[in-house]
Ligand binder design. Structure first.
Ligand code: SF4
Length: 255
């Protein structure tokens, strides 16, 4: 692929080369808008939708939204599951190394790597092998406006770390340039509805309780999943570390 090509020219070349496009779908608004955009650019025969299930830890209905959108588009839908939940991961880390913070953080984002990226890669490699794909374009709904770190990401790159003698991996961020209102507008224009938690003011979806969540999202999470909230609070007590990155205990954050 020539570096002189624009991103859309490079994507066209990858489509022509017979690549498999993997639409990562959390059930959130950015994934939803991304899949709408992808359908305009990539033939359905070369696309699958993959959801990394966070099990009990994720917002109810997130997996179903991804599944239904894939079904409406006539695309294969794969659920990738880790062999542990987020709370089990935290507990194991505490038991193995009680002297270091047990919870994931922006710098040690074990949740994303162990619960999402790893299981998704495993499923995609399996699918690619079974269906004869050599080139994989992993599509992520990350947006520049979300954080300075995400703003620095390039919209399309060869992913050397995950490429091997069998598969060549690319990472593509099809909605990198969009604003939050662009995303909601794309969903609405396509006649779809975003997950119901946004209508209740949620900023983000995925885990009900995330170390990066704002207070409103945590409160909303407690309202809808009080039993899960209690499990997180109990895990904070067991480990002696706070879940949230601002180091305030959950009970105080939602007070
Ligand atoms: S939503 Fe937050 S806690 Fe959950 S996997 Fe993603 S980064 Fe980790």
């Amino acid at each position: 692929m020539s570096t002189m090509q624009t991103v859309s020219e490079q994507i066209k070349s990858l489509v022509e080369a017979g690549a498999l496009f993997v639409s990562n779908h959390s059930g959130g608004k950015d994934s939803q808008a991304m899949l709408i955009r992808l359908r305009e650019l990539v033939p359905a025969a070369q696309m699958i939708v993959v959801h990394a299930s966070l099990g009990e830890m994720e917002w109810p209905g997130a997996m179903e939204l991804a599944r239904d959108q894939a079904a409406e588009a006539g695309l294969p839908f794969i659920v990738a599951r880790a062999n542990k939940t987020l709370l089990e991961m935290v507990q194991r880390r505490y038991e193995g190394r009680p002297e270091v913070p047990s919870w994931p953080s922006a710098s040690t984002r074990q949740c994303t790597s162990d619960l999402k990226r790893g299981p998704i890669q495993r499923e995609v490699r399996r699918y690619a092998k079974a269906n004869g794909y050599k080139i994989i374009v992993n599509c992520l709904g990350l947006r520049a406006q979300e954080s300075p770190g995400r703003a620095k990401r390039v919209p399309l790159r060869l992913n050397q770390r995950d490429s091997n003698s069998v598969n060549t991996w690319y990472e593509w961020l099809p909605v990198h340039d969009l604003s939050t209102s662009d995303v909601f507008q794309i969903i609405e224009q396509d006649g779809q509805k975003p997950h119901w938690a946004y209508a209740e003011g949620n900023d983000r979806l995925s885990c009900v309780f995330c170390f990066m969540a704002n207070k409103h999202d945590l409160k909303n999470g407690k309202k809808h999943r009080p039993e899960l909230f209690a499990e997180y609070v109990a895990m904070e007590k067991l480990t002696g570390y706070t879940m949230h990155m601002n180091r305030i205990p959950l009970v105080e954050l939602v007070a």
